[in-house]
Design a protein. Structure first.
Length: 256
């Protein structure tokens, strides 16, 4: 069933998934999934392995086309389910995959310059005429991810956590409206994990963020609304305390 409260004409949501289903060889990875991300929001998505979290990100970014349902972006202005990956990236949706994919042989600064060159937006094309502006942008994102002192270091020599932050910086350089982040703290130390929560909270001052993560200490530190997926649908939604106290969430996920 689709959610009748919202439609493409009236929604004020930044992102509105409406009755999304995706099947692989008859197996339903997403099952009439509906949820809403408000402008400026940061949302944490949790759920057991196979709940459909990655498939949901794939649908939002155009990697997987849903069998049914709509994905409205920016107050219903666009239906992402009709667009391809490049068009969706151009609208301002940036995705960070779980494993860092920085260019190891290049410096931190060169990685950011490459990210700027990859920016397919119109703004970027104009922006490329102005080198001081480009430098200022690199300074700004390095400041945000606290890698300014490592600007001339080769990316391959960074710690795992620093590589993750560099990759987040590469996305920020492209100035997305919505950032999708997949398991950012997997493999990080506890200190790096808490620093990443702080970093995402800072990024969320100006951008909307959807973060998929299994680390509950990290999710608690984010302090945002949590959605728990299970079998391709929303099982529970609310504060971390509300979701953690939900009997079904404990049964299928937290209690395991
Ligand atoms: N391309 C595919 N072909 C067949 N089945 C798939 C495909 N992609 C995902 N699935 C199946 O769909 C289900 C949902 O997978 P998905 O990766 O979205 O879950 P997830 O919540 O991201 O899990 P995890 O926490 O392990 O990353 C799983 O059972 C998975 O095996």
């Amino acid at each position: 069933m689709t959610d009748a409260t919202y439609n493409s004409e009236t929604t004020s949501a930044l992102l509105y998934l409406n009755g999304i289903s995706v099947s692989f060889d008859g197996f339903r990875a997403l099952n009439e999934l509906s949820f809403v991300i408000e402008p400026g929001e940061m949302r944490a998505i949790i759920g057991p392995n196979g709940a459909g979290k990655t498939t949901m990100m794939d649908v939002i970014t155009g990697k997987t086309r849903p069998d049914t349902g709509d994905v409205f972006f920016e107050q219903g202005k666009y239906d992402l389910s009709t667009l391809d990956e490049t068009e969706i990236a151009t609208l301002g949706i940036g995705r960070k995959f779980q494993k860092p994919t920085v260019f190891e042989m290049h410096t931190v600064e060169d990685n950011l310059q490459l990210a700027l060159k990859n920016d397919r937006g119109v703004k970027a094309t104009l922006f490329w005429k102005s080198s001081p502006e480009q430098e200022a942008r690199i300074d700004e994102v390095l400041e945000t991810v606290r890698l300014k002192a490592l600007r001339h270091r080769v990316a391959g020599s960074l710690s795992h956590g620093q590589k993750q932050w560099l990759e987040i910086a590469m996305l920020l350089a492209q100035d997305p409206k919505l950032l999708l982040v997949d398991e950012p703290v997997a493999g990080m130390t506890d200190v790096e994990t808490m620093q990443t929560a702080e970093l995402l909270r800072e990024i969320n001052r100006t951008k909307s963020v959807v973060v998929v993560e299994h680390d509950m200490a990290f999710v608690r530190e984010l302090g945002v609304k949590v959605t728990c997926l299970h079998e391709g649908s929303v099982l529970a939604e609310g504060s971390i305390d509300q979701v953690s106290a939900n009997d079904r969430v404990v049964e299928v996920y937290l209690g395991r």
